[in-house]
Design a protein around this ligand. Sequence first.
Ligand SMILES: NC(=O)c1ccc[n+]([C@@H]2O[C@H](COP(=O)([O-])OP(=O)(O)OC[C@H]3O[C@@H](n4cnc5c(N)ncnc54)[C@H](O)[C@@H]3O)[C@@H](O)[C@H]2O)c1
Length: 349
Amino acid sequence: MIRIGVVGAGVIGQLRAQTIHQHPQTELVGVADPDIDRARSAVATSGGQAFSEWEQLLKCDGLEAIVVSSPVQFHEEAVIGALQAGLHVLCEKPLANSVEACRRMLAAARESGQILAVGFNHRYYPAVSYVRSVIAEGRIGTLDHLRVFGGHDGLANFRADWQYQGALSGGGAMMDVGIHMTDLAYHLLGDITEVYGISSGRVWNVPGSEDNAMALFKSSSGVSAIYQATWTEWKGYRFWIEAYGDRGMVRGYYAPMFNLLVTSDRPGGRRKRMMKFYPEIILREKLKSWTSTALQSFQEELKDLLRLIAGNQDVVLADGIAGLRAVEVAHAVYQSTQEGQPIQIRDPF
Ligand SMILES: NC(=O)c1ccc[n+]([C@@H]2O[C@H](COP(=O)([O-])OP(=O)(O)OC[C@H]3O[C@@H](n4cnc5c(N)ncnc54)[C@H](O)[C@@H]3O)[C@@H](O)[C@H]2O)c1
């Protein structure tokens, strides 16, 4: 049994606690939240303890790992505290609200030798896994470029101020829905080495929080991506990732979840078109909301964390460097907007 705790018992923390309690090889030791009622509700059926401070949780006997799902501005203290206490950590996205904080967290992970993983759970969405396997199997030929998009219709989507105020969250659309899309580009392309982009905040006018960002990413593999993160997607929440090769293209879309695959035997040749739908997910979300899909992805993420703890490196789970990169890319877009230049991203260490 791996004994795991959760820091932060809001919407995501409750799901994380449930995931740990339900997995046969993990035990939910406790949950910490300054709102003790939330912590109590997260352990109500698991037998774990409720704490009002994360420091108390870290003192639990035999604790091996924690999941950090507090507001972004509080990630760093709990992540570094846990790493220094010799625990593994899975931290929600974005890893932190500044590049410097991410670097400090990575340094603490290196020093402790413990795992620092980041909750980029969209990697586990079936439509995204499908895109990844189509590329890997060469079904669209040689990969040429990606198009990634993530958006929703802005401020009505937030339940708390920290979720959209740049001073707390670290930024706007790019640090919110866009952070997953940056990570998916990184996940599929490899390291992002150069960024050219424009961010703007003319619609919602929240200081420090862009409502739109458009950018070009160059990767170490030479393949590029075109990216948009937005809070002015008036049609509502959606994201997609499209990969274009010299023999076709594949699209992973959410919500609703589906894939489109177009293939041909040569550039411009006769096209074969295939759609893949996920009716069970669409139906389940109608009954139980989007959180049921997030829950499934958290279950996959937890399995990967257990594999990593057991020494198996063959996982989809995002590591601390992926967490740092996603924040760095957002900051590179801010810098590029000010300077009108492409920005190089330096080695993580
Ligand atoms: N992976 C995803 O798809 C996804 C989706 C939404 C949010 N998130 C991330 O999950 C995290 C939590 O988001 P949420 O939507 O559950 O937020 P929330 O506002 O619902 O919950 C946050 C909880 O943290 C508690 N808290 C406040 N200060 C704390 C501290 N210092 N230590 C511990 N807990 C503290 C609050 O009392 C609250 O219960 C954030 O990092 C957010 O970016 C991830």
